[in-house]
Structure formats: C-alpha cells, structure tokens
Design a protein around this ligand. Structure first.
Ligand code: PLP
Length: 465
C-alpha cells in the first residue's frame, strides 16, 4: 500500500521527498556548465540555498519541482552583497534608509588608505607613544565651530546619551515640553534622557516655553539645561521659545551648563532654492551653548558619527565617562570625518556631496531630467519631465521644499513597477505620486543616468526580467 497522503496534499509530500540531495546535484551533468569554476564551498552553499528555496516554495503550495534554473538564481544571490549601492531617485538628499550622506571622493580615498593597512589611530607619531583617536579631528572641529574641545562617538543619539550620562546622571535636566521629540527609528528624546540616569524636568507647554519657565525649574540638583533641535517637525502659530543665548545667560548666573542637541549640525550656512536657514554649530557655540552634539552624516555630509563640541572641562568629563569607550568610533569613521572636515576648512563646502546636492539650481536639475528623458527614449520608454518637490531628509529642515525635476512614468501598476526597479542589477529607488512613478534627478549623478534608464527599461512591461 502506497502512502495515501499524495492524493490529499496534491503530491506535495512526494515532491518534497523527491528533492535531490546536494551530493546528487554536485554530480548532475546538466549543472556542470553553471558550476564549473565555482569554488566547491560556494557551489555547496548555492545548492543548499536552491533546495531550501524549492522546499519553502513547495510547502507554500507552489508545486514547481526543482529546476537547474533555481541553482542559477541561488548563485546570483550569493554573488550579490547584502549591503550594496543603489540609485536614489527619491529626491530626498539625506535618506536614512539609503545610508544618509554620500561621502566625498576625498573621504572615500582616505578611508581606503587607512583601511588597507595599519594607521596611527591611537599612536602619537611625534612622541612614539599612545595617542588619542580623536586627535585628527579635534583641531579641525575647534577651528570650524569655535569650541574649545571635541570628541566623536558612534552617532548623535549616542552622543546625547553620553553627554547626559556624563553631566547629569542622578541629577535633573531641564527641557522644554515643546522639544521632547521623536527623531525617527524610535529615538525619543525623553526615553534617551531617562536611559542616561538623568531626571527629566519638563517645563513650558508644547507651543510656548519662556526663559522664566527654565529659571523657575533650576534648583540645587539641576545638572543641565537642555535644548533639543526639533528637527523633523515645526511649531507654528502662537509659539515662544527661549534662545540658546538666553539659556546660556541663565545657566551662567545659576552655575548650570547648557547642552544643545543640534541634530543636523550644519558647519556652514546651507544654500539652495527652498532651503530654510539652520543655525550653524559655530553660531550655537558663539551664542553660549556649553556643549553641542550633532550628527556626522546629516547636513555635515560626512560618515555616521556623533560629534560633541564644547568647553574643555565639560568635554574632559565626557571623555572620561565609561560610555565613551562603548560608543567609540572606528578608524574608518575618523578617516572619513577628518577628510570631510578638511574640505570645510579649505573653504570647499561644494566638494561635500550633501552640500552640493542641496545647492543645485533647479534649472540644472531640469536639464538633467531632460537628459534622462532622452536616455529613456533611446530605450523605448516614454516619460514626461515635470517639476516636483524634494526634501532634505534625515530629520533636517522639515519645512524646506526643494524645487526639483523628475521623469514621470505613467505605468499601469506603479507599486509593482517600483518593485521591479528595486530588483534590478543596480536597484533604482523611486517613489509614487498621484498614481505615477516619479524619478527625481536631484540625487542622481550625471554618470548614473544611463543605469537608471537601463533599469527602467528592464522593469518596463514586456521586457525580460
Ligand atoms: C537626527 C537627530 C539625532 C540622532 O542623530 P543620529 O546621528 O541619527 O544618531 C538626535 N537628535 C536630533 C535633534 C536629531 O535631529
């Protein structure tokens, strides 16, 4: 008597049992062309992956049996890195999901140079003894921000946690109710403050906080006056807030330092159509903030990092806190940050991609969109060029509406079209507006346009996948 299951499960069990073994597949003549030249370990990994995929497929009720093409697909998967380059056609310059700031070629070169071999990361070449990993960037940061001292940690969220832990743990830190924001990715300022061991003292209301509110809250147990950049939202209408300068005066009178979580941390005024004005780090320091924290990969346009600048005595206390070691940056970050900061020092902010992408005149963007339209036409794809609105992203300048240009494709099912665009050899990330696919050219380099056009052609209906 044969097993009765076949009739019940539509032959699924039989198909599962019939799945070939890895040994059988390694000897299968029809796979020889695919596997010749592939190292054995990699071939075995690919075969396992292929068999696993077919098994999963069968269990889901898809009864296509094992096919040699499954091995080809598995080999492609193995040769595609998990983290790889994509083309950003979203028009969002600092897209957190797409890796935020692209690095300047100077920074990339410095990273490669330092990554390749040994470096003096914590070695003082003059003295021949242990040095500080922050040394390469401290001088630059002092010069560019006017602060007395600096250090760098993993990211700005870490920097905020560290500053609060080092300067206000077990004590009170006073913050406006209007600044208790959630930055994104679940980073909520009040939660981070609690994690630091500081006691949060909220003052004012959502829309209005006066200097007198802070003054009334300062007591003998106050460790820090905190100001948080609202970053990803704005309060408009009947509003009031105390400036950093006013807080600094209060802080000096009462002997309490002022900490500003600046988030974006522009080093120079940003230019570009539709851009708002952010205070630069130097302005906030000049206004009297005692400690300022900001991101390395937002408006600064460098690697992921959290930069802390401020008064020497406070920075020394922060450096001495055990969390500094837990949050420390690696040599690749120091290399990229130093090279990026040098561009600012040398008066070349235009060499920093983030700055340049935001500064592009819309007429330049229009010309680029027209070139993409031509390249698409060469591939037999019709697109319309139109003005669109882009964003800074990364929680910076939420009100900025960047006038940009895009190629707009009227395709049947835009969602699945975007999915096919993402599945290409060089994934293109676009967006949908009013049921159409929008490819904003702001973040696309001239030399990337052809790849975008090819990706679009491949994703277009009637083309092979
Ligand atoms: C973005 C932001 C952070 C977090 O910065 P990361 O570098 O992403 O960790 C913290 N505070 C503010 C105000 C921000 O805008």
């Amino acid at each position: 008597m044969g097993p009765p299951s076949n009739s019940v499960d539509g032959g699924k069990n039989a198909l599962l049992r019939a799945l070939p073994s890895i040994e059988q597949l390694l000897r299968r003549p029809s796979l020889e062309p695919l596997l010749s030249g592939v190292p054995r370990a990699r071939a075995v990994s690919a075969l396992r992956l292929a068999v696993d995929r077919v098994r999963a497929r069968l269990l889901q009720g898809d009864t296509r049996p094992f096919d040699d093409a499954d091995v080809g697909e598995a080999l492609t998967t193995l040769s595609t890195p998990g983290l790889r380059a994509v083309l950003n056609a979203t028009g969002v310059v600092l897209h957190t999901n797409l890796g935020r700031a692209p690095l300047a070629p100077e920074a990339v070169a410095r990273v490669a140079e330092v990554a390749r071999g040994y470096s003096n990361l914590e070695y003082d070449l003059d003295e021949g003894e242990r040095g500080s990993r922050y040394a390469p960037v401290v001088g630059l940061l002092r010069q560019l921000t006017g602060a007395e001292d600096a250090l760098v940690v993993n990211n700005c969220a870490g920097a905020v946690l560290l500053v609060l832990a080092a300067l206000a743990s077990g004590r009170e830190c006073v913050v406006s109710r209007g600044e208790l924001v959630e930055i994104g990715g679940g980073f909520r300022v009040p939660d981070v403050m609690r994690q630091s061991g500081a006691r949060l003292v909220e003052v004012g209301t959502t829309n209005r906080t006066r200097l007198s509110d802070y003054a009334a809250a300062v007591g003998h147990d106050t460790g820090l006056l905190v100001k948080v950049h609202r970053s990803n939202f704005a309060v408009v209408g009947f509003t009031e807030e105390a400036s950093v300068g006013a807080l600094a005066t209060l802080g000096r009178e009462r002997g309490v330092p002022v900490f500003q979580d600046l988030g974006s941390g522009a080093l120079v005024p940003m230019v570009g159509e539709g851009m708002g004005q952010e205070p630069t780090v130097a302005q906030v320091v000049a206004e009297g903030a005692d400690v300022v924290a900001f991101s390395g990969d937002k408006l600064l346009g460098g690697p992921q990092a959290g930069v802390v600048v401020g008064r020497s005595a406070l920075v020394a206390r922060i450096k001495a806190h055990p969390l500094t070691r837990a949050l420390r940056v690696d040599k690749l970050t120091v290399a990229a940050l130093e090279a990026t900061l040098e561009l600012y020092r040398d008066g070349k902010p235009g060499a920093v991609p983030t700055y340049r992408l935001l500064a592009q005149p819309s007429q330049e963007l229009r010309a680029r969109a027209l070139r993409l339209q031509d390249l698409l036409a060469e591939q037999g794809v019709r697109a319309r060029v139109d003005g669109v609105v882009g964003q800074v992203g990364g929680g910076a300048m939420p009100l900025a509406r960047l006038p940009s240009f895009a190629c707009i494709l009227n395709v049947g099912a835009p969602e699945s079209f975007l999915e096919r665009l993402r599945a290409g050899g060089m994934p293109v990330i676009g967006r949908i507006a009013d049921g159409e696919v929008v490819l904003d050219v702001r973040c696309l380099a001239e030399e990337e346009l052809r790849s975008v056009a090819e990706g679009v052609a491949t994703a277009s209906p009637g083309k092979p996948p």
